[in-house]
Design a protein around this ligand. Structure first.
Ligand SMILES: [Zn+2]
Length: 650
């Protein structure tokens, strides 16, 4: 359950200075001065000064140590740490004292209605094996108790994951000893009666954190305990290490409450990549990261460290706090020290394959963080190509999609996407125009792409609104491909033809910047400026120094061969005119610009009207997307005639 921050502040203000007295009594503060509300700091030794001073301003209301430890401590901290309360119980207590009525009815409510999911059973309480092992890692029994660490009957360490209603939702284990190579480091509790893991992507410790204070997120439970041990208690861990992001979507509303988030991830490759992604998804304006070096000097020796626990172990709690206090902002690309720039390696850079052989040979892959402009005359098939490569293929390759279509209704769009996704073997043609997909295929596809394709579903085509939604689905759901079909149907705020191109240019610059910032592939359909007739575009039509050509990394043209071009032209002698020989293909894809690897060229392709697919080989025509359970061999023939494609497709 989420509790309104304003109400919490109101309660704190109603309690006011009384909080100072309550805390002083419980902690038996030494040298407590009742009139000036100050005492010796209980969090660092030998404080003769009295440096633990209560800040009684309405937006303060906490003790602050002006001595060496800089600790801040308010009534909520007190309830959570001194009384080991959960956050809800702490707020309950706070409201009780402030005499604010509030319903905490959701506490203890199990919200998972999914019948497949069975809540875990509680494990044993903290025991000696775990306490001894944690001590070796410099983590105290007190911290273990704060985080409700348990021990199972084999002496393994138990991590209890609670949701914000204080309901136990997941139990994770690790051996209470150093894990040898080949040994299991972590495992989950299995559902009673079967072998499935009980898994819910919650954050470890989330029911103990105060949403009104900065939150630290670590990569593992051990790091969370280490950060807490160091004195920074508002800390949680992701449930299953780096490179996984379901926890962002699952805990979105919870995370949205924090004004400041600090990521303390490992300094290895996955940790660094993950913090980058998390910073952009949680919002770079509030998310900082700890830049942990690979080695830290101690007494003239360089000591290797990889995470928060190593820092605690070798350097003590102050060093951990130092790192948290010096957390950095993720730089927004503008200028960069070249030596600190990411290495570019097309092989390992994340990107999207077209899965059309000839095209992949030129492009290799569309690298995430780039912008693609797809262009072609009306009826050339660019929307179909976009659907195949940037929707169906993207989903197949694990990249979710945001789609804006200024011309097609959502249901038409859906039938289009499904047609290509189904493939000819699941489609029958009722007449020249009506495609019917097998119902069982339709159902399997829906299950497969559910939650992966987000359609902009509003009549308001304002450019800022569309981009705002694109950013929102990327932050919340991790969408990686933005498709904008097309530039002409976007309201880009131009008032006359003269400033239209200026506005388009501004839009493309903005789109390209966002693609870099969020690490997404932005795909924009743009109609050529002048060509009203079905003329093949040349590089000059779209690239060069004109309105839209500079910024995008890729410019792709789609040319559909006319029946005349396909038929060819004979000379008087009965031979073919040079350059006008008959053409067996249906379309030609021109790669006009391909900045990451530099190759340009063209790839002639066939088009299948039955499922709107582009292909060169039968393997590409008959390919099955991930939804299909059919394992029979693919057909190797091409049943399409390629004589002419009916008019009226895009
Ligand atoms: Zn202190």
């Amino acid at each position: 359950m989420l509790i309104d921050k304003k109400l919490i502040l109101e309660a704190k203000q109603k309690i006011g200075k009384q909080a100072a007295i309550l805390i002083a009594e419980d902690l038996q503060l030494k040298n407590f001065d009742k009139d000036n509300l100050k005492a010796s700091c209980p969090f660092h030794p030998n404080d003769d000064n009295p440096s633990f001073i209560f800040n009684d301003k309405p937006d303060g209301l906490y003790y602050h140590c002006f001595g060496q430890c800089d600790k801040k401590y308010d009534l909520i901290d007190h309830f959570i740490f001194f009384y080991h309360m959960t956050y809800i119980n702490a707020i309950k207590k706070l409201f009780e004292i402030a005499k604010i009525e509030y319903s905490f009815g959701e506490q203890g409510a199990k919200t998972k209605t999914d019948r497949e999911y069975k809540y875990p059973y509680p494990e044993g309480e903290l025991g000696n094996e775990v306490i001894e092992y944690a001590k070796l890692r410099k983590i105290s029994e007190e911290t273990l108790r704060q985080f409700d660490i348990g021990q199972d009957q084999h002496g393994n360490m138990v991590f209890n994951y609670y949701d914000t209603n204080d309901v136990l939702c997941m139990v994770k284990y690790r051996p209470a000893k150093k894990v040898e190579k080949g040994e299991l480091k972590y495992w989950l509790q299995k559902q009673k009666g079967d072998s499935r893991d009980v898994f819910m992507p919650l954050l470890f410790g989330m029911n103990k954190v105060d949403i009104t204070k900065p939150l630290c997120i670590t990569e593992g439970e051990g790091d969370t305990l280490s950060v807490a041990e160091s004195g920074f208690r508002n800390v949680v861990s992701v449930p299953n290490g780096a490179s996984k992001y379901e926890w962002i979507t699952e805990n979105w509303d919870f995370l949205e409450q924090f004004e400041k988030i600090i990521l303390f991830f490992d300094n290895d490759k996955p940790g660094v990549a993950t913090r980058k992604e998390v910073c952009s998804r949680l919002g770079h304006w509030r998310t900082l990261f700890v830049n942990l070096p690979e080695t830290i000097e101690k007494d003239g020796k360089e000591i290797k460290v990889k995470d928060a626990n190593d820092v605690l172990f070798y350097f003590g709690p102050e060093k951990v706090l130092d790192f948290i206090n010096s957390a950095q902002e993720m730089p927004i690309p503008d200028i960069i020290d070249l030596s600190k720039a990411d290495d570019f390696d097309i092989e390992s850079a994340p990107g999207l394959k077209t899965n059309i052989d000839g095209l992949d040979q030129i492009i290799y892959k569309f690298v995430l963080g780039s912008t693609v402009v797809l262009t072609g005359a009306k009826g050339s098939g660019k929307s179909s190509l976009l659907n195949q490569i940037f929707v169906c293929n993207a989903i197949e390759q694990g990249m979710d999609v945001f789609l804006f279509s200024g011309e097609l209704s959502t249901s038409v769009l859906k039938s289009w996407v499904e047609l290509t996704m189904a493939g000819q073997e699941n489609v029958t043609m009722k007449n020249k125009f009506v495609h019917v997909i097998k119902p069982e295929a339709k159902k399997a596809m829906k299950d497969w792409y559910e939650g992966k394709i987000w359609i902009y579903d509003s009549r308001d085509n304002d450019v800022d609104k569309v981009l705002e939604k694109a950013i929102a689905v990327t932050r919340r759901f991790g969408v990686k491909v933005w498709v904008i079909d097309n530039l002409m149907t976007l309201d880009i705020h131009s008032t006359n033809d003269g400033d239209k191109y200026e506005c388009q240019k501004k839009f493309i610059v903005k789109l390209s910047n966002l693609a870099i910032q969020y690490g997404v592939l932005a795909v924009l359909i743009a109609h050529p400026r002048k060509t009203s007739e079905l003329r093949r575009l040349v590089a000059d039509d779209v690239s060069g120094s004109n309105d839209i050509g500079n910024r995008p990394e890729y410019i792709i043209g789609v040319h559909r061969y006319s029946n005349k071009e396909k038929a060819g032209e004979k000379n008087k002698k009965g031979g073919w005119v040079v350059g006008k020989e008959p053409i067996k293909y249906d379309v030609d894809i021109d790669v006009f610009k391909n900045r990451p690897v530099g190759f340009i060229g063209n790839v002639p392709l066939y088009f299948s009207y039955a499922d709107y697919r582009f292909y060169r080989t039968p393997k590409e025509l008959w390919r099955r997307y991930g939804w299909s359970k059919d394992t029979s061999p693919l057909r190797t023939d091409d049943p399409n005639s390629h004589e002419e494609i009916p008019e009226g497709f895009e």
